[in-house]
Design a binder for this molecule. Structure first.
Ligand code: PMP
Length: 506
């Protein structure tokens, strides 16, 4: 049985989502689910409540998806996670995907880091492993001539923007609506739809520069100056025309080959490739954000896999495979040289830029990265073949499930492999806003909790990051759990498909 919201209007308005939530919250099966989860993780709940009184860090804050029933994790190995109450979970979250290459605590990586730790210099020194890592990276991503190491994906995209501005002497940055580039002020404009509460909140209208109206997702971020930011629609003809029109102001264009908020590479890759090629012709630096796609479309990431000509590429996430913070900007030497000293300090003043921070590229992270990527190198193409086969297995199972039940459960994702379970009517969406409007935020929330009940950990969205972390049996078990959850939701008359939204302010 596939139902739609009874009180359907032509809009997925905040009011219709709120009334659906209110209608559901009093239902006995949901109360039972909340009670079961609360009883199962009493220690975690008490500890996180205490922590929140004095610790404002939030492992994730997305307006729609603040994590429910936060866990205190006491241990993790491979695909398994243990919590403070002694529960064991199969981990689909894997540290926002950062541990998806080999799973938690891969033995050779842990051993290598442990050896180095005994004689650590920590940050702020050159370390011999840096040379080895750069050589390995050059093999993986030969389109990058030089690298700079930083701490996070946010650092990497912010640094790439600064380098491009230093190179061109211009200030305007173009980014796509919905693209996710980290939490710096420009990155947090018109980012993934769930940060802004779309589809319940309307999409922004048009800006005076011809792009999308600039809109920060968070408080504390002033609306960007039109001289600093141009927000591109995900429409190839309009995006290319806007870049052409602003070619003399643009310091760079920033894009993802495929994004978690628009995960359909058949649409996004041709768009990004044509934008990157156009930028090359117009001599505007193109920055490819490979924080999610790096090492996940084969070792060369999306740039190599799809032949996207990027001037700078940003890497993060799986780069250490151990959850130690590290990111890298790689690319054309001509650009990276803007941040590299000439060797004559006085000559640098007023002529160079800098993205260095105290802990940037600390040597334990470099060691973890070297050991983890070396392991990937040793596994070679087999690693990717095996991962693709595992994902194909999930897709076959879900396809059979849809045919049997007509419940529109899908795994949408890209690369090898980043994705999320969702209830979506269509196989693919050509339009970013149509896709955002078709996603059901309540389904995300419920699926997360129903998977948790069955012993599968996702954070606040039913995301699946996988790779060497999970065995075939693990992923069969994930399929059993997610299809069983969907059947249970169906049994409760859950409205999988929201009424068509698409409301915007244009
Ligand atoms: N770029 C992309 C594509 C991302 O998905 C993310 C993180 N979700 C970032 C940049 C920011 O990375 P970090 O969280 O390490 O700052």
């Amino acid at each position: 049985m596939t139902t739609t919201v009874k009180s359907a209007t032509s809009d997925t308005s905040a009011a219709s989502v709120e009334s659906l939530v209110a209608e559901m919250l009093g239902q006995p099966w949901l109360i039972e689910l909340f009670t079961e989860l609360s009883e199962r993780q009493e220690k975690s709940s008490a500890a996180t409540a205490r922590l929140r009184e004095v610790d404002a860090s939030n492992h994730v804050f997305w307006p729609f998806h603040a994590p429910q029933f936060p866990l205190v994790a006491t241990g993790a190995h491979g695909s398994r996670l243990t919590d403070a109450d002694g529960n064991e979970y199969l981990d689909c979250h894997l540290g926002f995907g950062a541990q998806a290459l080999h799973g938690h605590s891969p033995e050779p990586v842990v051993e290598f880091v442990r050896e180095q730790l005994a004689a650590t210099t920590g940050n702020g020194y050159c370390h011999p492993v840096e040379t080895k890592l750069v050589e390995l990276l050059r093999e993986f991503v030969p389109h990058c001539e030089k690298f700079a190491f930083l701490n996070s994906g946010t650092d990497a995209t912010a640094a790439a923007i600064r380098i491009a501005r230093a190179h061109t002497g211009r200030r305007m940055v173009a980014k796509f609506e919905g693209a996710l580039h980290g939490v710096h002020d420009l990155g947090m404009h018109n980012t993934a739809f769930w940060y802004h509460g779309h589809p319940a909140a309307p999409f922004p209208g048009g800006a005076e520069d011809g792009g999308v109206e600039r809109r920060p997702a968070l408080t504390g971020i002033p609306v960007a100056d039109p001289r600093d930011l141009l927000v591109l629609p995900n429409d190839p003809a309009r995006a290319l025309a806007l870049i052409e029109r602003h070619k003399d102001q643009l310091a760079c264009v920033l894009g993802e080959a495929v994004s978690s908020s628009f995960p359909y590479e058949e649409h996004t890759v041709p768009l990004i490739r044509s934008v990157a090629e156009s930028c090359r012709g117009l001599r505007i630096p193109f920055i490819l954000d490979e924080v999610l796609t790096g090492f996940r479309y084969g070792p060369g990431g999306a740039a190599r896999h799809f032949g996207i000509p990027a001037d700078l590429c940003c890497y993060g996430k799986v780069i250490t495979g151990l959850g130690l913070p590290l990111s890298a900007v790689g690319g054309r030497a001509e650009l990276l040289d803007h941040m590299q000293t000439s060797g004559l300090p006085l000559t640098d003043i007023g002529r160079k830029t800098c993205v260095q921070t105290t802990h940037a590229g600390n040597h334990l992270s470099l060691c973890a990265s070297y050991a983890s990527l070396k392991l990937l190198h040793e596994q070679g193409e087999t690693y990717y073949e095996e991962t693709r086969a595992k994902v194909a297995l999930i897709q076959r199972r879900l396809s059979a499930f849809r045919a049997e039940t007509a419940i529109p459960l899908r795994l949408v994702g890209f690369g090898d492999f980043i994705g999320s379970f969702a209830f979506l009517e269509k196989e693919s969406y050509a339009d970013y806003r149509e896709f955002a409007a078709a996603t059901n935020p309540i389904a995300f929330f419920l699926l997360t909790l129903m998977l948790r009940k069955r012993g599968f950990y996702t954070l606040s969205l039913p995301m699946l990051f996988t790779g060497g972390a999970h065995s075939v049996a693990d992923l069969e078990a994930v399929c059993d759990a997610v299809t069983d959850s969907a059947r249970e939701l169906d049994g409760h008359g859950f409205p999988f498909v929201l009424p068509t939204a698409g409301g915007d302010e244009t």
